[in-house]
Write a protein that binds this ligand. Structure first.
Ligand code: AHM
Ligand code: MG
Length: 340
C-alpha cells in the first residue's frame, strides 16, 4: 500500500469527510512544520549549542532551557503570518500573543507547551511538543485572555510531537487518533497508525513515586492496591514506568495502555497539581478520549473543567478507561464522605 502523508490525511478530512475547514488544515500543516524544525534542533543537540539553561525563568517560575525558548520562538514564527490564527498562548509566555496587525488574522486560537519534558533535555531522553486548537468566539475582533478560557470539549484539534528515537506526530480533529512518523530522508510526515486504541485494562501505571508522602488518600489507596500485586485486592501484579516527559508517558499509553497520574499533592496545597490544563491536560485528554481512554482531574471529566486562568494547573488521571474510572471513583468516594 502507498504511504499516506499528513497532507493527504488532512485533505481527506477536509474534502471527503467535510470534518475540518481548509483553514484548520493549513494551520495544522504549519504546526507540523514547526515541530519538524524543533525536531531538527533537538537532534543536533550539543552540536548546535541548544542544550543547557537559557538563564531565564518562565511565568511558572521554572528555569527555562535554551530549547524551551527555541521551540517557543519556532512555533510563534511559523504560525504568526499564515492568516489562520487570531492569537497564541504558550507555557513559556505569561500573556497570550495576539497576531501582529501587520499580518492577516484568522479565527483560530493556538495553545502549546513548546517543549514538554524539559528536565529530560540535558540527558537525551524523549521530549515533545503539545498543542491545542480552539476557535475565537463569534463576533470577537480583538482577542482577549478570556477568549482562551474554553473547556476542552471545545477543542477543534489537539496533538503532540515526540522527539524520541524517531520523531512522531499524534493528532486528533475528533475523528479518532492518527500517528505520523517523520521520514528524515524525505522530510515528510508519513502515516504509521490510524484509529489508535488504548486498551481499557492495563497492568502498567505511571506516577512520580517520590511524592508518595504528599499524596492524598485516594491516590495512596489506588497505588497501594496496585503495589500489593497478585495477593492484594486487585489480584494481579502491576508494573511502573515514569519517563517524566508527559508526551513520552502518554505515547506509551497510546501504544499499549496504562494509567498516567500527576495528582494534586500537599507540596503546594494552593496549586491543584503540577500540569497545566490548557496546553497539557486538555489536548492530552482529547487525544486519550478519542482513542477510547478516559481523562479526569480526579473528580470530573477533564474536558468539562471550566478554565479560569490561562496557566491554570490541574490534577491529571488519564489512560486506560477502567483504571481511570477506578481512581476517579476513589476520589469521588472520599469527596462524598468528607465533612463539608
Ligand atoms: P514541563 O512542561 O516544564 O517540561 O513540565 C511538565 C513535565 C511533564 O512532562 C512530566 O509529566 C512532569 O513534568 C514531570 O514532573 P516531575 O519532574 O515532577 O516528575
Ligand atoms: Mg509540559
Amino acid at each position: 500500500m502507498k504511504p499516506v502523508s499528513l497532507t493527504q490525511y488532512l485533505v481527506e478530512l477536509q474534502r471527503e469527510k467535510g470534518l475540518i475547514p481548509g483553514e484548520l488544515r493549513l494551520l495544522l500543516e504549519v504546526v507540523a512544520r514547526a515541530c519538524k524544525r524543533i525536531s531538527l534542533a533537538v537532534s543536533k543537540g550539543d552540536l548546535a549549542d541548544v542544550i543547557g539553561a537559557a538563564g531565564s525563568d518562565n511565568v511558572q517560575g521554572e528555569a527555562q532551557q535554551k530549547l524551551d525558548v527555541i521551540a517557543n520562538e519556532t512555533l510563534l514564527e511559523a504560525n504568526e503570518w499564515g492568516g489562520h490564527l487570531a492569537a497564541m498562548a504558550s507555557e513559556e509566555m505569561e500573556g497570550f500573543y495576539p497576531i501582529p496587525h501587520r499580518y492577516p488574522r484568522g479565527e483560530f486560537l493556538l495553545l502549546f507547551d513548546p517543549l514538554d519534558g524539559s528536565s529530560n533535555i540535558d540527558v537525551n531522553v524523549s521530549i515533545g511538543t503539545i498543542f491545542s486548537v480552539l476557535k475565537l468566539p463569534e463576533g470577537v475582533t480583538e482577542p482577549t485572555e478570556e477568549n482562551f478560557l474554553q473547556p476542552g470539549t471545545q477543542q477543534l484539534a489537539a496533538g503532540y510531537a515526540v522527539y524520541g528515537p524517531s520523531t512522531l506526530l499524534v493528532l486528533t480533529v475528533g475523528d479518532g487518533v492518527a500517528k505520523f512518523t517523520l521520514d528524515r530522508e524525505t522530510g515528510s510526515w508519513t502515516m504509521t497508525g490510524n484509529h489508535l486504541r488504548i486498551p481499557e485494562d492495563t497492568k502498567e501505571f505511571a506516577i512520580n513515586a517520590s511524592n508518595i508522602r504528599h499524596w492524598e488518600p485516594p491516590v495512596r489507596r489506588y497505588v497501594d492496591e496496585m503495589l500489593a500485586g497478585k495477593t492484594g485486592p486487585r489480584g494481579k501484579d502491576f508494573n511502573m514506568r515514569w519517563v517524566a516527559s508527559m508526551v513520552a508517558d502518554v505515547h506509551r499509553i497510546m501504544t499499549r495502555g496504562g494509567v498516567f497520574m500527576y495528582p494534586r499533592d500537599a507540596r503546594e496545597p494552593n496549586k491543584p497539581g503540577k500540569l497545566r490544563l490548557m496546553y497539557e491536560a486538555n489536548p492530552m485528554a482529547f487525544l486519550v478520549e478519542q482513542a477510547g481512554g478516559a481523562a479526569t482531574n480526579g473528580l470530573q471529566r477533564m474536558l468539562e473543567v471550566q478554565p479560569t486562568q490561562l496557566h491554570q494547573r490541574v490534577a491529571v488521571f488519564l489512560g486506560s478507561k477502567n483504571e481511570v474510572e477506578r481512581v476517579t471513583a476513589y476520589h469521588q468516594e472520599q469527596a462524598g464522605s468528607a465533612p463539608s
